[in-house]
Design a binder for this molecule. Structure first.
Ligand code: TMP
Length: 216
């Protein structure tokens, strides 16, 4: 019997407005990858997350920072079995945000007790991407063009960026960064120029053999 080769899990991370969604959608469409975006706002938990992000009170109250953090993680867990099944069936997956966004946006708030270990703890055990592509854009220094959601503010974005950088330079395992991580500066580049680079990373990864899953 021929064994099915498991699919690849590829993640694009970055701040708001770096073009993650555009690139994920293009890769999915042109290379037949399944597309998952987090938060997934359609699930029951995703609907609560959506009301938090769009700053509509949930049930008359504002969620605590700890609660919303756990809900973001829970949103990943509720789709985990389905994602693993797709990968085991040989389907490739393109992920638009995942664990690193969860940790970076919450850590950037600087809440007492919500340190790296705390923020990361609830995501431990999720399947880890075979490749993480981190997009940075140095041209997004003002508020122009950000939407109205809770984190779409210049000061918050600057802090989140610092935290992302600390995660990738200090916190994440060196072996993971060496073999499974690419940083891409998209400043001043057009959609197709970015796509060309993203696609080359994706194809390079697709040519590598992957057997067992790796986990956070
Ligand atoms: P989106 O704009 O990509 O839909 O993401 C919604 C916002 O949610 C974005 O500002 C990043 C933030 N976020 C978290 O705070 N924690 C998470 O775990 C994820 C996936 C996103």
């Amino acid at each position: 019997m021929v064994e099915t080769k498991r699919g690849k899990l590829i993640l694009i991370e970055g701040l708001d407005r770096t073009g993650k969604t555009t690139q994920c959608e293009l890769i999915s469409k042109r290379n037949n990858y399944k597309y998952y975006k987090f938060p997934n706002r359609e699930t029951p938990i995703g609907k609560i997350i959506n009301s938090y992000l769009s700053q509509q009170n949930y049930d008359g109250k504002t969620l605590s920072d700890q609660s919303i953090h756990l809900l973001f993680s829970s949103n990943r867990w509720e789709l985990q079995e389905e994602m693993k099944k797709n990968l085991l069936d040989g389907k490739n997956i393109m992920l638009d945000r995942y664990v690193y966004s969860g940790v970076a946006y919450s850590l950037a708030k600087g809440i007492e007790g919500m340190d790296y270990e705390w923020c990361f703890g609830c995501d431990r055990g999720l399947v880890k991407p075979d490749l993480t592509i981190f997009l940075i854009n140095n041209g997004n220094a003002d508020n122009d063009g950000f939407g109205d959601e809770i984190y779409e503010k210049k000061e918050i974005q600057a802090k989140v960026r610092q935290v992302f950088e600390t995660i990738f330079t200090e916190k994440e395992k060196k072996e993971y960064i060496k073999d499974h991580f690419k940083q891409l500066d998209v400043t001043g580049l057009g959609i197709e120029e970015v796509y060309e680079k993203v696609e080359s990373f994706v194809k390079e990864e697709a040519n590598k053999d992957s057997t067992n899953f790796i986990y956070f």
